[in-house]
Design a protein around this ligand. Structure first.
Ligand SMILES: [Zn+2]
Ligand SMILES: [Zn+2]
Length: 314
């Protein structure tokens, strides 16, 4: 078994997740996003990136990467929360207490078929949780007991077959472990986003308007992981008129919009300044946009600042 501990891939050595004495078994997950097959040198960086994205996910309020173990296409097992820690990936506190969560670095597009080396690694991960984490004999997919397509059909077929260790040549002896990452390499370095622009459009009454950023209405292009805040100043707000701000993800091809939570600005006549924040993962083929809505006419954007960090992917 090729096992990479948390400190070896650049996470704090123990997970802050809740203690779990034992579990009925293991649930298998996949990424459910686009994932490109890569050289093994890039796998640890992807695990670090995934942890950063989970920590940036304020909706789920994760304390750590959500999975107990992660397995790359080359069969290496990365320690996530580890054994005897409650996962955050199975869908609810009850489900997270019942089963450990093991995630294959396998996509819903790109790399979608688990190579034998990955299946061996997943089998190693399941055996490890039985040995080190008092996991019972159940092996299920995330979709078993929860409404999701995870872990995808190819991996779920393997789970239904009893998660067999693939036959075939004895795997080559373990490669030497990756050198411990140097301090500067603990997390991918983010890009800084900072735009501060005077002026702006008038808002049509009762309609969400995309607020222009520096060049057009695109704040960020996927794929990336981001955490951004917009500060928008408005003038001409009529007494009692509701003004709202939100971020949304817009699919470039279909124009479909995935809205983030909207915030209401303080209800005040005249000049009002409000803030909205968003964080998460912006998939390939999607834009992040900022929108504003005024219930009544006469409201204009007088200044907008967009600041934050993002980690380009892929
Ligand atoms: Zn899942
Ligand atoms: Zn790998």
């Amino acid at each position: 078994m090729d096992f990479v501990s948390r400190s070896e891939w650049g996470a704090p050595s123990t997970s802050p997740a809740a203690y779990l004495a034992s579990a009925r078994g293991v649930k298998v997950h996949y990424l459910g996003t686009a994932y490109t097959s890569r050289a093994h040198e890039g796998c640890a960086a992807y695990v670090r990136q995934l942890r950063a994205a989970h920590l940036a996910n304020t909706a789920e309020n994760y304390v750590d990467v959500a999975y107990n173990l992660l397995v790359c296409e080359h069969g290496t097992v990365y320690e996530g929360r580890g054994a005897h820690r409650r996962s955050g990936a199975n869908g609810s506190a009850t489900l997270n207490t019942a089963h450990y969560a093991v995630c294959a670095l396998l996509g819903s597009s790109g790399l979608t078929e688990p190579p034998d080396a990955m299946l061996r690694g997943l089998r190693d991960a399941i055996d490890y949780l039985r040995r080190e984490g008092a996991a019972g004999s159940e092996v299920l997919g995330h979709r078993d007991g929860y409404a999701t397509s995870c872990p995808g059909e190819p991996l779920h077929a393997w789970v239904r077959a009893g998660a067999p260790r693939p036959a075939g040549p004895i795997p080559a002896p373990d490669p030497p472990p990756d050198p411990a990452p140097v301090e500067e390499d603990l997390m991918p370095v983010p890009e800084v986003l900072l735009e501060s622009l005077p002026g702006g459009p008038e808002l049509p009454a009762g309609e969400w308007l995309e607020v222009p950023a520096a060049e057009d209405t695109v704040v960020l292009r996927g794929p990336c992981v981001y955490a951004v805040t917009a500060t928008v100043a408005l003038t001409g707000v009529p007494d009692g008129a509701r003004v709202r701000l939100r971020f949304s993800h817009v699919d470039i091809a279909t124009r479909r919009r995935y809205r983030r939570l909207a915030v209401d600005l303080p209800q005040r006549a005249g000049e009002v300044t409000g803030q909205v924040s968003a964080s998460g993962r912006l998939p390939r083929g999607q834009y992040l946009k900022l929108q504003a809505l005024a219930e009544l006419g006469g409201v204009s954007v007088s200044h907008r600042t967009i600041e934050g960090l993002y980690w380009p992917e892929g």
